[in-house]
Design a protein around this ligand. Structure first.
Ligand code: SF4
Length: 255
């Protein structure tokens, strides 16, 4: 591993914290040593490509236009085609089955969109200070809408096989970002996960989260612990079911 150099961290993101929490060794290889991954898991590429297509759907709404299924599916396919790494497919999947699945999911989403108000932000970037002892935290909020009565809807769009409720952290961060960025609103902010299922017959599940001040305090505390561990160079492995699909497995034992 000696040929890889480390660079000091200058910011934090939700995905950094999540990756470190799941496995500090993976974080170390990916983010500190910047070791290139060996392959791209099909599930990850699928999620990224579908996310791009859904972002376009909402961007068109922001522009007062409608997106066609062909346009969205082409966005998905373009993202897929742009992938440089070899794609590793999960059992029972191949390129054609996933492209067909994406088309079904996008068709369902066009017919059953979760529209909570007028779109005022798509892939909205933020960079906020959660605490003076943390670096700036940055990220992007998938969708921000304003409903009649100036209520804000902050949505994170996800794809999932089983449609289960995601962990709360990401929405807690987005809720705090919206507060610190001072979006125009009456003060009522709804935070929701919109989960599109990756199933033969796609469905949409919406999970609204009631974010409290205590949730934010707990989030900052967790981020602080992770940040301190990152600064200390913690890099121990956490072997788990994730190792089977780990893009850095090949390098894991060589650290
Ligand atoms: S193979 Fe497992 S323990 Fe090693 S870096 Fe990947 S997830 Fe972590």
């Amino acid at each position: 591993m000696s040929e890889h150099t480390t660079k000091p961290e200058v910011h934090l993101s939700h995905s950094q914290v999540q990756e470190f929490t799941q496995c500090p060794r993976k974080y170390h290889l990916h983010r500190r040593l910047k070791v290139p991954p060996d392959f791209m898991p099909s599930a990850l590429l699928f999620g990224i490509a579908l996310h791009e297509a859904l972002a376009l759907f909402h961007q068109r709404r922001l522009e007062g236009r409608a997106a066609s299924l062909a346009e969205l599916h082409n966005t998905f396919l373009g993202q897929w085609k742009a992938e440089k790494l070899p794609v590793r497919y999960s059992r029972g999947e191949n390129q054609n089955s996933l492209k067909a699945m994406a088309r079904r999911m996008l068709a369902y989403y066009i017919e059953n969109p979760v529209c909570s108000g007028e779109v005022i932000g798509v892939e909205q970037p933020f960079r906020i200070m959660l605490s003076t002892d943390l670096p700036p935290v940055h990220g992007r909020i998938d969708l921000i809408e304003m409903a009649p009565g100036s209520e804000l809807y902050v949505s994170d769009l996800k794809t999932s096989k089983n449609g289960s409720k995601p962990a709360a952290d990401q929405l807690v961060l987005y809720r705090e970002a919206v507060r610190l960025l001072d979006f125009p609103a009456s003060g009522i902010v709804h935070c929701q996960y919109v989960v599109l299922t990756k199933t033969a017959e796609p469905k949409i599940k919406v999970f609204e989260l009631d974010v409290t001040a205590e949730d934010v305090v707990n989030l900052v505390s967790r981020y602080r612990e992770v940040w301190q561990a990152i600064q200390a160079g913690v890099a121990y492995p956490i072997p788990s079911w994730r190792c089977g699909g780990c893009q850095w497995k090949h390098h894991c034992d060589q650290v």
